[in-house]
Design a protein around this ligand. Sequence first.
Ligand SMILES: [Zn+2]
Length: 98
Amino acid sequence: MAANYRYWCGECHHRTSWRTEAEGADEQVRHYARSHLGIPVGGRVEVRDKTGGGGGGCLAVVGVLFLLVVLTPSCQHKAESQSRGPAFNLQVVVPVAD
Ligand SMILES: [Zn+2]
């Protein structure tokens, strides 16, 4: 396994050294536990391009996920989850007693 991942802290300018994905993530988690207790682990991961690399499935996904969470530049995938009312229209007719 090549050490092609460097994790950057999202709270300060700490970064790990080049490590494998698992090692880097582990170091990032420990850094947060040490320096930013109570803050969800964030930041971003820098992936070093290996020459002629074809990309490896889940590793790339994790990198993309990190980038999406942190950067989210022009293409924001904000699902509009506005809770609308029910899609029916009930008319309640109350007879007036006189
Ligand atoms: Zn930090």
